[in-house]
Design a protein around this ligand. Structure first.
Ligand SMILES: [Fe+2]
Ligand SMILES: [Fe+2]
Length: 287
């Protein structure tokens, strides 16, 4: 049975009137993309009007981790190559992460990096759902943004609990508000009508073994999340890495030496390819 405190937290979190608004230009693009026969020219034209969005789209398509394409210079070409789910993911995460930029620094970079590592792993596993996996990875922690925005007081207590009890953010959320960012993220994904595979990735990214739908894709994002956090390139606000889910690990059928190879490969790409940091930070001119 739910306590009053728990349902009040839920009401405050999921009060639709207080949801961060999506800028008009972003809503317009999402609306156009609701039609499966949307015009690429139309979508590209609108993305080009938004400098931040254009640069994120171009950065993602040119990521050395993604590695499929290089020197994609036009938004139009990026829209074709990335596909509609990933473009929608970039728009939604840009809208929400903009809200969170000051309160959750590093979460955007963490998510972006996680998305590119997940794309790299999806290719390694020869999965055709690479676009959805990358989108899910981009949005996997989106619930954190809503918690931060809607529950500022509790968020402070969550941060304190992490520090004073030495527990992960996930455990601290459970302790303080009795709901975790994966559940909150799922609710957002449902509100936005995202496809089932992306909902599964968001909902089960910390427990892929419990996912009855797209378990493999979810396990890939789970592993990418841990790798990105584990190698510590971007701080997502959580000083402790969540544990590897045993059942999720088994889904991937990797040996320990496979994992070492993967981590070495990820590190090699980061170290050898200076374009990676230029990709993340946008070179001299910043983002
Ligand atoms: Fe998470
Ligand atoms: Fe994460």
């Amino acid at each position: 049975m739910q306590t009053n405190a728990h349902s009040s937290i839920k009401n405050r979190l999921f009060n639709i009137r207080d949801l961060p608004t999506i800028p008009a230009i972003h809503s317009r693009i999402l609306k156009i993309m609701e039609d499966i026969n949307y015009s690429v020219d139309d979508v590209s034209k609108h993305i080009e009007k938004d400098q931040v969005l254009s640069s994120k789209v171009l950065k993602l398509v040119n990521s050395p981790f993604y590695g499929l394409y290089s020197d994609v210079a036009t938004v139009r070409r990026a829209v074709i190559l990335l596909g509609s789910n990933l473009i929608r993911g970039i728009i939604l995460s840009t809208s929400l992460f903009d809200v969170a930029d000051k309160t959750l620094p590093g979460l955007w970079d963490h998510s972006y990096c996680c998305s590119t590592v997940a794309g790299f792993l999806a290719k390694r596993f020869n999965l055709i759902t690479i676009e959805e996996i990358m989108t899910g990875a981009l949005l996997h922690d989106i619930g954190k943004v809503l918690i931060k925005k809607q529950l500022p007081e509790e968020s402070r207590k969550i941060d304190e609990a992490v520090k004073s009890n030495g527990i992960t953010g996930l455990d601290a959320e459970r302790m303080v508000i009795d709901i975790t960012h994966d559940d909150v993220g799922l609710w957002l994904a449902e509100t936005w009508n995202l496809p089932g595979i992306i909902r599964d990735i968001i909902a089960y990214h910390h427990k892929p073994g419990m996912c009855s739908g797209h378990a493999r894709e979810t396990a890939i994002v789970h592993l990418s999340d841990i790798i990105v956090q584990g190698i510590g390139i971007f701080y997502n606000g959580d000083p402790f890495v969540c544990p590897l889910d045993d059942a999720g690990w088994n889904i991937l059928s990797l040996s320990e030496s496979d994992l070492v190879d993967i981590i070495v490969e990820v590190m090699d790409i980061i170290q050898a390819d200076k374009t990676f940091f230029r990709y993340i930070y946008g070179g001299k001119d910043g983002k």
